[in-house]
Design a protein around this ligand. Structure first.
Ligand SMILES: Cc1cn([C@H]2C[C@H](O)[C@@H](COP(=O)(O)OP(=O)(O)O[C@H]3O[C@@H](C)C(=O)[C@@H](O)[C@H]3O)O2)c(=O)[nH]c1=O
Length: 182
């Protein structure tokens, strides 16, 4: 199974092998053994699915301490720009971001290790976003960072962010310098 490294250690792109025939296509969306061989040992315990309309921006989210979550994210309908920010204390790439277009068409997945803040922007009319997590949702342990933190400087695929649609929670998130650590 093809895995690609990103400039941030541990953050990996997975491009599944797609088998096409007269019926349509088939691919393995996740194979624990293949992921382990690629160094991804996460034991996933929760699957989430979200539907959003164009311009919806969810993030940047994480859970603190022992509640941190690794995520394996993909799009099953439409297209998003997906972003992960390294917030691992002591990491040489602390505060750096990586973005990638994920779509139902390109079938790419991003593996986001624990210790990252994660978010995505919907580029298509609607999008279905699907992700596996290696730790359970813990409402009281959520943290967030502003999607437009100037110190991080994410380029959201050139999107006009004045028309971004955010949850009330995401409108009042702090910048990285003031983010929740425990
Ligand atoms: C994330 C989550 C939310 N919920 C509930 C809480 C709330 O009532 C409703 C919507 O939650 P939110 O507004 O936090 O959903 P959302 O903004 O989509 O949150 C997600 O954003 C992306 C970027 C991530 O990386 C995820 O980890 C998660 O934080 O769903 C669960 O029951 N379980 C969960 O795992």
């Amino acid at each position: 199974m093809p895995f690609l490294d990103t400039p941030i250690d541990g953050l990996k792109i997975f491009e599944p092998t797609v088998w096409e025939d007269g019926r349509g296509y088939f691919f393995e969306a996740y194979n624990q053994d293949a992921f382990a061989k690629a160094g991804i040992e996460a034991q996933f315990v929760q699957d989430n699915q979200a539907r959003s309309v164009r311009g919806v921006l969810r993030g940047l989210h994480y859970q603190v301490g022992a509640h941190a979550q690794a995520k394996l994210v993909r799009v099953t309908e439409g297209e998003v720009f997906d972003v992960a920010v390294d917030i691992r204390e002591g990491s040489p790439t602390y505060g750096e971001w990586f973005g990638i277009t994920l779509s139902a068409a390109n079938k790419r997945q991003l593996f986001v290790p624990r210790g990252f803040a994660h978010g995505y922007l919907v580029l298509s009319e609607t999008a279905e976003f699907f992700y596996k997590c290696d730790n359970f949702y813990a409402k009281d342990k959520e943290g967030g960072i502003r999607f437009d933190d100037p110190g991080i400087g994410i380029d959201w695929n050139g999107f006009d962010l004045s028309s971004a649609i955010l949850s009330e929670k995401d409108q009042v998130l702090p910048v990285l310098g003031h983010h929740r650590k425990d």
